[in-house]
Design a protein around this ligand. Sequence first.
Ligand SMILES: Cc1cc2nc3c(=O)[nH]c(=O)nc-3n(C[C@H](O)[C@H](O)[C@H](O)COP(=O)(O)OP(=O)(O)OC[C@H]3O[C@@H](n4cnc5c(N)ncnc54)[C@H](O)[C@@H]3O)c2cc1C
Ligand code: SF4
Length: 488
Amino acid sequence: MADPRGFLKVRERELPPNRPVSVRLRDWNEVKDELGKDATVLKQQAGRCMDCGIPFCHQGCPLGNLIPEWNDLAWRDQWKDAIDRLHATNNFPEFTGRICPAPCETSCVLGINQPAVTIKNIEVEIIDRAFKEGWITPHVAQRHTGRTVAVVGSGPAGLAAAQQLTRAGHTVAVYEKDDRIGGLLRYGVPDFKLAKRHIDLRVSQMEAEGTRFRTGVSIGEDITWDDLRARYDAVLIATGAPKPRDLPLPGRDLDGIHFAMPYLHQGNQAAAGDPLEEQITAEGKHVIVIGGGDTGSDCIGTALRQGAASVTTLAIGKKPPLERTESMPWPTDPRVFEVSTSHEEGGERDYLASTVEFLGDESGKVRSLKVAVTQYNPDGSRTPTPGTEREIPADLVLIAMGFTGPEVTDLEEQARVALSPRGQIERAEDFATSADGVYVAGDAGRGASLVVWAIAEGRAAAAAIDEYLTGSTELPAPVTGRSTALRA
Ligand SMILES: Cc1cc2nc3c(=O)[nH]c(=O)nc-3n(C[C@H](O)[C@H](O)[C@H](O)COP(=O)(O)OP(=O)(O)OC[C@H]3O[C@@H](n4cnc5c(N)ncnc54)[C@H](O)[C@@H]3O)c2cc1C
Ligand code: SF4
């Protein structure tokens, strides 16, 4: 155990400061302040861990991260051992340590009567040190099995599976239709949350281990799913769930109304220095973001950096409570009011706001939104309250209302995998689809979720594929295809 009296001596949660808003809005660099880190504070926080008999944080983390063990090692300054324990369950702590919403912290036992241990911050410090010290080296397989696996999609699910399978001795090729590796980490999450050098560093390690990467290849179009299956001994579908939920209201086809993803994709390309002919930009515009989740929040931070005149987020539901309520007790992952780093930077949040219509000018461009107060009906549905309509000026509208599932047209026709009633790719406990030797992991099978779940599923699917190919496996399988998050 770290310091046995640590949680009594230090009762407050302390995190390194982020860069000041006025400074960070001028660039695309990470919000985190590398210079503001204080090793003493970090050790004190690690020392607050009580090494609980039943560590609920393990259960809260979909990867089953061995949190008390690496808290203890960080507290003792044994950073090399700490990264070994962290890597035992998580291939990419540099991603989760930056952008995981940290369900481990909401289930930390200290959270019953004190603020939780700063688990995520300790995690990122362990991996950042490991990279700086040169401890992240390739783990090359000692023997090759002669079996081949195609991983389709290079998001966190595909990457985690590819790394596990390569290390198990299989020959693995990752196919990615985009021009760069990383999935939503590359072209969804903006640089100010996750600098892209972290993806590049990890991909370099994977290439040195023997994983092959093929960018600019769309399976289903450039190579059929059938051909791919014929060429490889097993296939993993890790293509994400990119189909956006639309808002088909009058005026939806006006200029200036976009889904969030093309906007964020371009924002990431621009930050990478790619030339863009017609970038959707918020510069000088009144921006309305419809939808209050992660994607909406990333739109806010991007729009503010582009110099938007104003940014307003419309959320159809009620403002969530500031603290846990009786219906979401510890250790469940509560739905409380969240303030992301982008929310700290500016913009307004408008709750109980139901969009009724998009209004345009004579040239066909959006000029405002008609919005009404949301009313909750006895059958649980939500509708606009008649007579409460008002207009909000808008030059750019970003629809960030979530995702309905994976793109499956080619898959269904060519690979003949069955779909669930909700449009996700159907999978068994072991992530196998209905097609022999074809597996699925991450958002494509689970529906739009989190990076930590994608990594956990990628690891578990890799174990199942290894067993399929060789008859047994020693790879860990942290979750099953039927797992659900610990949520009230
Ligand atoms: C804007 C945004 C912000 C987010 N922020 C967070 C956050 O802060 N924290 C968090 O935990 N989660 C966040 N998420 C969710 C998280 O990014 C996803 O849950 C996660 O990336 C899913 O991983 P995946 O590997 O399943 O799929 P993806 O990351 O979606 O990757 C799928 C990849 O497959 C490729 N592909 C698809 N079809 C084909 C094909 N036919 N051939 C070849 N390649 C193909 C795609 O181009 C893509 O690169 C966010 C999501 C979005 C959209
Ligand atoms: S991956 Fe997420 S849930 Fe797991 S320990 Fe890290 S921050 Fe917590």
